[in-house]
Design a protein around this ligand. Structure first.
Ligand code: ZN
Length: 675
């Protein structure tokens, strides 16, 4: 519900807040539709020894959960990854032959997506090497190198299971199916459910829910729901339960982290998380979330656990993720200004007063430096996070919102001079504006999205969080984006010193429309619909504004030399439309208007104009830019004295993508192949 992903292009200017070293090499690798970048961790050296140790221990905890995510994404992911890695490491045939090279690309894609489905589109990748090559290669390496245990220690049994999973197009075709009318559970290839129908899932959890409970737990968040001997049971992810081997390791590192916590509040946050991992009790998870959201003083902070529910078409089961970070003190001044004015923004928003909060509480916002990314935040990563997700905790205790600026800065640096702006922006005036204000207005929009957007507004009494079902995530992201867009164009921004003038927001508006109407389509295969919630939200907003401003030519699509461009004729009128849509989306959310949500999403957010899609993809392909990006992590090396005490921690930026993925597979891979 609450992470925001980077847009396809993040402008083209050099004004980075973190002043990265001139010679830092951001680009690491490129394959398929992906590019691997490296991010810096500025100011790590200036942290205290205890803070460095804390980050080191939390980083270890962040990496130990990696295999959980693979298994959550599909039950055969670990078997496939481990088999491919074994071939990669032990194959003695010619490594420069085409089939082997294509298999390596496939393996890299598996690493990038934490499984066999595209990390964003959730479709299964099509292998570009042959089944016969794969089988031959697997048979050619020593059997003891292969993950044969769950397959009766027999290579043929392994092949029989995983070969069709890789090569049969129709088997496990989509990780998260959102198509209207289908049984979303049965047609989704994730491992959150097994042998149950959507109706059985609904019935199972509806029975638990009490409509009068004002502080409901996050039902089903940390378990797999499956049929066992005809009975539906939850397999809870905890110490002693499913994924125990990995969770025990996470707990071990968290215990070390607790010993060097910065203060008592942070210590109890960590202990409470350990408690949750040990019991699996969702009441404890809420207690932990409250402690976590209330710890605003610590410099070092982290997310570690079952958090986001995008991978479940019903939005209940959470994927495992981690982000270890510390506050960027200078840039945080910006978000403090926003937070201090949160009530003003709430009061002046264009939504019906019934849906506004009388008092906005506890929006704590900060700009952070990511120190380690793990699980569902790696290699692809969000640029902003707003947690916790439980609405009642957000209302009663507030939420924490972050912008990850060393990540946005790395994107920005890597995008310099790639030709994108020259190809897709209408004229020099727009291009100059984007160059001048793009990075700044982008970061501000993320701040506003995270620290005001998600935290704004209120539900009418009795309306539950899940009413909008499969449309909920798109509506929620649209709400947050619209709030940010609406205020980016407010004079208040200039008054508060957040933007230099009333020109700067136009860079964000232009980029948003260009992305939502055109360039984000580069991420979609020809002929497919838009599935992912953030992408749906962007097209929803851009298309709705375009259609509703058509008569007055607020925004136009113009052709030049056979190429389509966005032209914005009236920025003020565009802001008016954004305000109107914000009011409508907030109404839908607050009233739990499922039909309204469905109509908006199905009309504007899902379908793609085939001609434009084709054109955009061709123009983009000519630029040779990867539409998706992800990161290798830095490594942290503890320096010990003779007694084995850590006396310093060094950060290093040396690994290639392959080196990092193979090392993680070796050092942080405690789960069995089949769980
Ligand atoms: Zn969001």
């Amino acid at each position: 519900m609450a992470t925001s992903m980077i847009t396809a292009c993040s402008g083209n200017n050099g004004q980075s807040v973190n002043c990265p070293a001139d010679n830092f090499e951001y680009k690491v690798d490129k394959f398929a539709d992906l590019e691997i970048l490296r991010y810096q961790v500025p100011d790590f050296e200036s942290l205290s020894l205890n803070q460095k140790k804390l980050i080191y221990f939390l980083s270890q905890a962040a990496l130990e959960g990696r295999d959980i995510l693979y298994d959550q994404n599909n039950k055969y992911n670990l078997a496939i990854r481990r088999t491919l890695e074994a071939v990669y490491l032990n194959y003695e045939g010619p490594r420069d032959e085409k089939e082997f090279q294509e298999m390596v690309v496939y393996l890299k894609r598996v690493w990038f997506s934490n499984g066999i489905h595209h990390h964003y589109a959730t479709d299964k990748f099509e292998p570009t090497f042959s089944q016969s090559f794969f089988e031959k290669a697997v048979r050619s390496i020593p059997a003891e190198k292969l993950p044969l245990k769950p397959f009766n220690n027999n290579v043929e049994n392994l092949l029989q299971k995983i070969t069709p999973v890789i090569f049969d197009k129709n088997l496990y075709a989509k990780r998260v199916n959102q198509a209207e009318g289908a049984d979303l559970i049965k047609t989704s290839a994730n491992n959150y459910y097994e042998g149950v129908s959507e109706k059985e899932v609904d019935d199972f959890y509806n029975k638990m829910r009490d409509p009068n409970d004002t502080t409901p737990i996050s039902y089903g968040l940390n378990s797999k729901l499956m049929k066992e001997n005809g009975k539906i049971v939850e397999k809870v992810w905890k110490v002693g339960g499913m994924y125990s081997d990995a969770i025990e390791k996470i707990v071990g590192w968290l215990e070390k982290a607790a010993e060097v916590a910065e203060n008592d509040e942070q210590k109890s946050v960590i202990h409470s998380l350990i408690d949750f991992y040990e019991t699996g009790d969702l009441l404890t998870f809420d207690e932990y979330s409250i402690l976590w959201v209330e710890d605003t003083e610590s410099r070092v902070d982290f997310v570690n656990g079952f958090i986001e529910t995008y991978g479940d078409p019903l939005g209940m089961k959470a994927s495992w993720e981690s982000v270890v970070n510390f506050k960027n003190l200078e840039a945080t001044k910006r978000t403090i200004t926003i937070s201090e004015n949160a009530q003003w923004f709430e009061d002046h928003s264009p939504v019906d007063p019934r849906f506004k909060k009388d008092s906005v509480n506890g929006v704590t916002a900060k700009v952070i430096t990511a120190a380690m990314l793990g699980g569902d935040c790696h290699p692809a990563t969000p640029i902003g996070i707003n947690l916790p997700n439980a609405n009642w905790i957000r209302q009663m205790h507030g939420s924490k919102s972050v912008t990850i600026e060393n990540i946005t800065s790395a994107y920005d640096q890597a995008a310099q001079g790639n030709g994108f702006s020259e190809e897709f922006v209408w004229n020099d005036e727009e291009r100059e504006r984007i160059k001048k204000y793009g990075f700044q207005s982008d970061n501000l929009h993320t701040d506003l999205h995270e620290c005001l957007g998600h935290g704004s507004g209120q539900m009418l009494p009795g309306v539950s969080q899940d009413t909008l079902k499969a449309y909920g995530a798109t509506i929620e992201e649209a709400r947050a984006d619209l709030f940010g867009l609406y205020y980016a164009a407010d004079e208040k921004m200039v008054e508060l010193g957040l933007l230099p003038n009333m020109e700067a927001y136009k860079a964000e508006y232009y980029k948003y429309m260009m992305n939502g109407l055109l360039t984000q389509l580069t991420r979609i295969e020809l002929g497919n619909n838009i599935e992912e919630a953030h992408m749906r939200n962007r097209q929803l907003i851009a298309k709705w504004v375009f259609e509703h401003g058509k008569e007055d030519k607020v925004v136009e699509l113009k052709k030049r030399d056979g190429k389509t461009f966005v032209v914005i004729n009236d920025y003020e009128a565009m802001r008016g439309l954004i305000g109107q849509l914000l009011a409508e989306i907030q109404r839908i959310k607050s009233e739990g208007d499922f039909e309204g949500a469905k109509k908006l999403v199905e009309t504007y957010a899902v379908k793609v104009d085939l001609d434009i899609h084709k054109e955009i993809r061709e123009r983009y392909a000519a630029l040779n830019i990867a539409p998706y990006k992800g990161f290798v992590n830095p490594t942290y090396e503890p320096i010990m004295d003779k007694e084995g005490n850590i006396i310093d921690v060094k950060v290093k930026y040396e690994e290639t993508f392959e080196q990092q993925m193979l090392r993680y597979a070796k050092e942080y891979s405690s789960l069995p192949t089949m769980n």
